[in-house]
Design a protein around this ligand. Structure first.
Ligand code: MEV
Length: 301
């Protein structure tokens, strides 16, 4: 039996703007999805969602990996079981993590010799196939780990801070939110384009703040980024409540991570405020997850 795991990710800066080729900064975080694989007579996929064979309703991502790999390197059957700490559909890259961990598991079981670049790239094509469109950031960051600037794909210094995530448990559709921003940009190009470009500039400035370990300024700019995300209409009451409560409890900065409209926010937090901020998120109706950046991308466990 082989076990591989891959991490979730957050955006410190740049979601939505990255769709228009502006800069973003993403961090892999230490909550992971684990995939166990072994040879078997048939294809069996087991997760908290149930036990199936190839099934694009219940296990679309893993089914797509199973079929893609089978075309590359035929095999009879495998049994795959998935355990995950990453909340599904909440903007933390749960689908990217399961895709790259499954590819890595096949890579080791079948000795395919894929390097990390090819795992990330196959992972991205599978996410695109299932979702219709997907940015390459999720699969790349989950594969490589660490703090990465997009689109340049440069590794940056990790923030030596905690990250406290707040999950609203409100469902949101990335596709609908990306379409909403695109529509605003079509109607008010002279207003929306500079906002997206300013988000990109905040992200570029964020790179040097990370290098200089200036976390106060980094948090301040995350707050500015949040203001700009509010301006393009991708926040919601639940997210704004969690963001304002964590700032009031001492976060260095707090903003949406991912598409918004629900899902999660992320707060940049020094050691002394973790408990207060977790409590504030809980009291404001969210589910806190205390985490931090990990250098460990996809790996064999
Ligand atoms: C979603 O996690 C991030 C967005 O920028 C969309 C994308 O980059 O594909 C909103």
């Amino acid at each position: 039996m082989i076990t591989c795991s891959a991490p979730a990710k957050v955006y410190l800066f740049g979601e939505h703007a990255v769709v228009y080729n502006e800069s973003a900064i993403c961090c892999a975080i230490s909550i992971r999805t684990r995939v166990n694989i072994e040879y078997s007579e048939n294809i069996v996929i087991n997760s908290s969602l149930g036990t199936t064979g190839i099934d694009y309703e219940i296990h679309p991502y893993v089914s797509a990996v199973v079929e893609k790999i089978r075309k590359k390197s035929p095999y009879r059957g495998v049994s795959i079981s998935i355990e995950s700490d990453i909340p599904v559909g909440s903007g933390l890259g749960s689908s990217a993590a399961v895709v790259v961990a499954t590819i890595c598991a096949f890579n080791n079981l079948l000795k395919l010799g894929m390097d990390k670049e090819s795992i990330a790239s196959l992972g991205h094509s599978i996410e695109k196939e299932i979702q219709g469109s997907a940015s390459a950031a999720d699969t790349y960051v989950s594969t490589m780990g660490g703090t990465i600037s997009i689109p340049m794909r440069q590794h940056l210094k990790n923030p030596r801070c905690n990250l406290v995530i707040g999950n609203t448990n409100v469902f949101s559709s990335t596709g609908q939110l990306v379409a909403k921003v695109a529509s605003l940009k079509t109607i008010y190009p002279e207003v929306i384009t500079p906002i997206l470009s300013t988000i990109g500039k905040a992200s570029l400035r964020g790179e040097s703040l990370l290098e200089n370990e200036d976390y106060r300024a980094l948090g301040e700019l995350m707050d500015v980024n949040q203001g700009l995300l509010e301006a393009i209409g991708v926040s919601c009451n639940e997210l704004s409540r969690l963001i304002h409560s964590s700032r009031a409890a001492g976060a260095l900065g707090a903003k949406i991570t991912g598409a918004g409209g629900g899902g999660c926010m992320v707060a940049l937090v020094g050691n002394e405020n973790i408990d207060a901020i977790s409590r504030a998120i809980k009291n404001a109706g969210g589910v806190p997850i205390v985490t931090g950046v990990t250098d460990s991308g996809v790996r064999v466990d």
